[in-house]
Design a protein around this ligand. Structure first.
Ligand SMILES: Cc1cc2nc3c(=O)[nH]c(=O)nc-3n(C[C@H](O)[C@H](O)[C@H](O)COP(=O)(O)OP(=O)(O)OC[C@H]3O[C@@H](n4cnc5c(N)ncnc54)[C@H](O)[C@@H]3O)c2cc1C
Length: 426
């Protein structure tokens, strides 16, 4: 089939206005210059049945499918290993059901984080999940990438908040997991299987989340510090103290560090916690230069991670034991960074590096590998993972058996490797 014939066949399913040939501009905008074969076409179904027809057509032509939301971070991970089309959730953008009393909301996968936040706000509720670029990031993309924002230690990761989902898989078949009530899982937990699948098992069409009430008060405070080591160690010390911030983040830029803590609860309780933490930090050697930040400060930190990753030639995300985090932050900050954002309560670190030439990039990769502690998990870079061959210490948190189990699971659900072929590097 020629590309014109493919365009016509897809147009017959979703309408001509919802099919676009992939252009060099798309490649540059999305940042997938390193993909040896650019996607052929981008197609946006309006209902799950259309997505199923697209899957059947693609499979009949032996074309792979890369599911996508806003394409904000499609560049992360390995390149597809054969020709693909991009299956976009852009038109699956309806909020289907909100049950304030049951604390659940059901959305199509192309609904954005801002869209659902606005809809829930009238009931003083919110999604217990956050991530970067809320105006565009889709719920499907966030769940598929298992994006755990900086409030993770307080509210959990997507696998804790997703209670039901629907997806279109190989053959155009639909699969459903969980449901619309909080306690409904019997047998294998399909929701957890698809959460963090990076588009490798199927195309998510609908997701049900647990929601939570908006707290009475949220206050975010920060301390600007010149000493990176002091900031990183202070963040861990707060984590080990009895004080319980919902966000405990440390932003490092080439010449400064900032410790950012966020507290939620009643007005009285948040005020008391801020007093406690200020006096704790003073004793720890952090002088009293506390600054009150606006409500958008945490979203800005999430955005910072995504924007710096997109601009940098090397970006990584590493999870380590929280006790190993300060030394890793200190070591990584000595490399040529754009920014490092770390979360003391979960031991995660996202860093973006300034490296113009290929040899600089190789140096940075080598230096990163040299400073990673023995127990490092879920390490990814813009162009794949710092896994086995590249980084013997990482092993992505699993042994060889774990990898082969994942591979056989993926093969049994998607035997012809239709979805995101080659992208998981298995
Ligand atoms: C590997 C990875 C790890 C990330 N980790 C973090 C993090 O720790 N912290 C943070 O703040 N941000 C993180 N992000 C960024 C954040 O998840 C993205 O910004 C978010 O995915 C944006 O949504 P999007 O709609 O632009 O998704 P896209 O960029 O379009 O897609 C992201 C991924 O999800 C898949 N996908 C998208 N839609 C669907 C769908 N409907 N069905 C199935 N698969 C789908 C894609 O194939 C791709 O693998 C990560 C992103 C990736 C790809």
């Amino acid at each position: 089939m020629t590309s014109d014939e493919l365009f016509s066949a897809l147009s017959a399913i979703v309408g001509t206005e919802n099919v676009h040939n992939w252009t060099q501009d798309d490649t540059d905008r999305v940042g997938v210059e390193n993909w040896p074969t650019a996607p052929v076409i981008i197609v946006a179904p309006g209902i799950p049945e259309e997505a199923a027809d697209v899957v059947r057509l693609a499979e009949s032509l032996n074309t792979g499918i890369v599911p996508a939301g806003a394409l904000n971070q499609l560049y992360t991970g390995y390149a597809p290993n054969r020709p693909t089309l991009v299956l976009s959730s852009r038109r699956l953008n309806r909020i289907l059901d909100h049950q304030p009393d049951d604390l659940t909301v059901t959305c199509e996968s192309g609904v954005t984080l801002s869209q659902v936040s606005a809809a829930l706000a009238s009931s003083r509720q919110t999604l217990a999940m956050d991530g970067p670029l809320p105006e565009t990031s889709t719920l499907g993309g966030l769940v598929a990438a298992a994006t755990a924002g900086l409030r993770r230690s307080a509210y959990g990761a997507p696998r804790d908040t997703v209670i039901g989902l629907k997806a279109v898989i190989t053959g155009g078949n639909s699969v459903k997991g969980g449901g619309k009530v909080v306690k409904n899982v019997a047998g294998y937990d399909v929701c957890k299987l698809f959460t963090g699948c990076y588009g490798a098992l199927g195309f998510l069409t609908e997701i049900t989340f647990r929601v939570r009430p908006i707290p009475e008060t949220t206050r975010t405070v920060s301390w600007a510090l010149r000493d990176t080591a002091l900031a990183a160690r202070a963040a861990l010390a707060v984590h080990h103290s009895g004080i319980r911030p919902v966000v405990s983040a440390n932003l490092v830029e080439p010449d400064r560090s900032e410790l950012v803590l966020s507290f939620e609860g009643s007005e009285k309780r948040t005020a008391w916690q801020i007093e406690e933490v200020s006096s704790f930090l003073r004793k720890f050697g952090v002088d009293d230069s506390l600054q009150e930040l606006g409500s958008e400060a945490i979203t800005a930190l999430h955005d910072r991670i995504a924007i710096d990753a997109a601009r940098s030639s090397i970006a990584i995300r590493v999870s380590v034991l929280p006790t190993d985090l300060p030394e890793l932050v200190i070591a990584i900050s000595k490399l040529s960074i754009n920014s490092v954002v770390s979360d003391a309560s979960t031991g995660t670190l996202s860093a973006a590096f300034a490296a113009a030439s290929i040899s600089d990039q190789l140096d940075i990769r080598r230096n990163i590998e040299a400073v990673l502690p023995q127990e490092s998990y879920s390490i990814w870079t813009k162009t794949g993972t710092l896994s086995d061959e590249a980084c013997p210490k990482s092993a992505m948190g699993e042994d060889a058996g774990g990898r082969s189990l994942r591979r056989s699971l993926q093969q049994s659900i998607d035997p012809s490797s239709t979805f995101s072929p080659g992208r998981s590097g298995l």
